[in-house]
Write a protein that binds this ligand. Structure first.
Ligand code: NZQ
Ligand code: ZN
Length: 386
């Protein structure tokens, strides 16, 4: 097992009715800006619950943060924060709203002229403006981690940022919010969380028995309850297990002491930036090809995944590993998530070359747990995913 440090300061308030606890979590004298997305919270009652919980607190609002939070929109919110001397942010939404708020928490205290530099120059946020979240969509784990991914339509880029200053102060996780989530987004949440685990698990053995079993148990739980939530989002217990699995998949715990990959996400973000494909679906497109292309270095963990998660008991290491990849693809199809780029766009022929050029330009020459996945490899992986 590798050495590690672990600190996760986010307070979680989990369960039915927890939105009502909101006001006691926000500092009494704070000047608060509440931010949300395209309006789903006004249709499903979450907006009303949040407003009721906030009582007579003086709260400003900023709505309209789109899926894949857009830099230009966030700059408008930044103006409000500065003009109104806001000092506490409240995100009510899914990963996009929470990530947008993390960018704002960083940009609000950033002293440079161009906040986009935080992303391109990979500036870590040591201290950010404090913020809390009310999660409306289980998927990304953003509610309990310090990462964020921001999109810029103008340049068709999607880049990550983070740092210890970007953990939420608190996150409210009420599984009843799952009631109103459309099937496409529920499937996205399952596939995103599943891939978060695989990025931190499908690498090479590191003698981290407990972390491996944490990871396997999250995968097993997602396989078990994913189809149940899809069938009936009002099934509270399925929704609760789904929600907590998504949070646990990316709150830092399972990655401690083990190597991590994240190449699937790096490549996937390009597909969202270029074609607007939902984040989780880009992972379903790239993941299987990535595991096939890097089969030799990943086969032991893939075989372990096959044995322990999919109950594949016979065959060689190679056969088990291969079957595990096939089972993964079947699972995505069972959730109605297509796994080829050509299922999403006709305009894919040049994609591998575009991503190759971008990675070379950014100096992303060694991805993956061994830092040996070159832009050439990335090109092959993307071509395999057509
Ligand atoms: O915008 P509204 O109207 O609220 O609708 C949203 C949006 O259209 C809707 N929705 C959310 N909660 C709902 C609901 N509809 C009905 N009922 C509810 N309760 O769902 C749509 C998608 O929302 P979004 O927030 O975009 O989805 P998700 O949570 O999957 O977030 C995706 C973003 O997170 C980033 C992705 O790259 C992408 O930009 N990620 C963030 C990570 C992190 N910070 O750790 C890690 C992930 O790997 C990922 O990269
Ligand atoms: Zn993800």
């Amino acid at each position: 097992m590798q050495n590690f440090e672990f600190k996760n300061p986010t307070k979680i308030l989990f369960g039915k009715g927890q939105i009502a606890s909101l006001s006691k979590e926000i500092p009494q004298d704070a000047k608060v800006l509440m931010l949300y997305g395209g309006g789903s919270i006004k249709k499903n009652g979450i907006y009303d619950q949040v407003k009721a919980a906030l009582g007579d607190k003086d709260i400003l609002e900023f709505g309209g943060i789109p899926a894949n939070p857009e830099y230009e929109v966030l700059l408008k919110a930044l103006k409000v924060i500065k003009a109104e001397k806001v000092d506490f942010l409240l995100a009510v939404g899914g990963g996009s709203v929470i990530d947008g708020v993390k960018f704002l928490a960083s940009a609000a205290l950033y002293e440079g002229d161009t906040p986009w530099d935080i992303l391109t120059k990979r500036i870590r946020t040591e201290v950010g403006m404090p913020f809390g979240t009310v999660l409306t969509l289980p998927a990304t784990g953003s509610e309990m981690n310090s990462g964020s991914v921001i999109t810029r339509e103008e340049t068709k880029e999607k880049l990550a940022m983070g740092g210890p200053g970007l953990f939420p102060q608190f996150s409210i996780l009420d599984p009843e919010v799952v009631h109103s989530i459309p099937p496409r987004q529920i499937a996205n949440g399952i596939v995103d969380a599943f891939n978060h685990v695989l990025e931190q698990y499908a690498t090479y053995p590191a003698n981290a028995n407990l972390q491996d079993r944490f990871a396997e148990s999250i995968l097993q739980t997602l396989i078990e309850i994913g189809p149940e939530v899809l069938k009936d989002p009002k099934n509270y217990n399925a929704a609760a297990n789904f929600m907590w699995s998504c949070t646990m998949a990316l709150n830092g715990l399972i990655q401690k002491g083990v190597p991590t990959d994240w190449a699937v996400h790096a490549i996937g973000h390009e597909l969202t930036a270029l074609y607007g494909i939902d984040h989780a679906r880009t992972l379903a497109i790239i993941g299987p090809s990535h595991y096939k292309h890097n089969f030799e270095s990943k086969k032991e963990k893939l075989a372990q995944y096959g044995e322990r998660v999919w109950n594949i008991t016979s065959g060689t290491v190679e056969e088990k590993a291969q079957q595990a990849i096939d089972k993964t693809v079947e699972f995505y199809h069972q959730l109605d998530v297509a796994t080829k780029l050509s299922d999403y766009t006709d305009n894919y022929n040049n994609t591998a070359q575009i991503i190759f050029d971008r990675f070379v330009e950014r100096g992303w020459t060694g991805l993956g747990e061994h830092q040996n996945v070159t832009p050439e490899d990335v090109k092959t992986i993307v071509e395999m995913s057509y």
